[in-house]
Design a protein around this ligand. Sequence first.
Ligand SMILES: [Zn+2]
Length: 256
Amino acid sequence: MSRDARSTSWKKLVYDVVNTLPRTFELKEVLARKDFFSRHYPENRFVDAKIRQSLQVLRDQRVLRFLGNGRYERLEVRPAFSPLIDPNTAMRFTSRTQASRVMLETWAELNLYCVNCAADELRRLTANTPVADFACDSCDDRFQIKSKDGRFTAKIVGAAYLPTIEAIRRGRLPEYVLVEYDPRFATVVFVDAIPGRLITPERVTPRKPLAATARRAGWQGCTIDVSELPRVRLVEPAGLERADVRKRWQAIAKPT
Ligand SMILES: [Zn+2]
């Protein structure tokens, strides 16, 4: 067998293993399958080196992307999306408001993508970042997630009043992502995004400062009127294809 034919075979073997892994995976997950490779090449003492070399070939052929720190992304796989919210992510919170905020932020971290560029992921900002919740590392756009158990009305609850006005003045108000969910089914139903630059100071109304007895006494929030602003829909309940429903029905209802 020629050298070239061999390296093609290695590439094929590595490709087969990669195809069994999640969309993003680590080098060690491929190396862990050493037995599989050794079965095909029992005489080869350089299995690790061959795996790394084949991964580089797959990267050059744009099958994979290196993410750094031994992490890879499969470019042939479409990003996975799930409307399901995982209640386990918020078990340590006793306040319902805080628990649902954490659940929805975790959902957003796993499922939201940048609408402004081709990035498939957003990075969750630290909890004390004023005004924004998520950032895109590719285009530096920022996002604030608002979630509601049910439908939003014309007004959404904003962050602190003065920082919001200040962000508008500096042209740094984040994009608003409105997540409507149904807690009975732990499911996200509709998600819309509104460009932050369309929100003018006139749309922002200060709320009454928190009472002196409150933990954050004197803190002043705001509401933002988003009525009649253009928006894009990111998520809506998926309609099921009638033909597929009939096919699945046939599969279970037909006598065998
Ligand atoms: Zn982006």
